[in-house]
Ligand binder design. Structure first.
Ligand code: ZN
Length: 63
């Protein structure tokens, strides 16, 4: 298999990121962009976790 260098825009700021060791935080351009995106994701998943808990007790009632 041949290794192809792929570049993608940073999901946070849109800067071109090469899928190489030069960008250890890929697909993000930097650790800062990665941390910002992960912070968003973490708060979203926390909300989903909370609604999951109430859904579980509801289905328990149904049984
Ligand atoms: Zn970025």
């Amino acid at each position: 298999m041949s290794v192809k260098t792929v570049s993608l825009p940073c999901p946070n700021c849109g800067k071109t990121v090469m899928m190489t060791e030069a960008f250890p935080e890929r697909p993000f351009c930097s650790k800062r962009c990665k941390d910002i995106d992960f912070g968003d994701w973490a708060s979203e998943s926390y909300q989903i976790e909370g609604s999951d808990e109430s859904a579980e007790s509801w289905s328990e009632d149904q049984r």
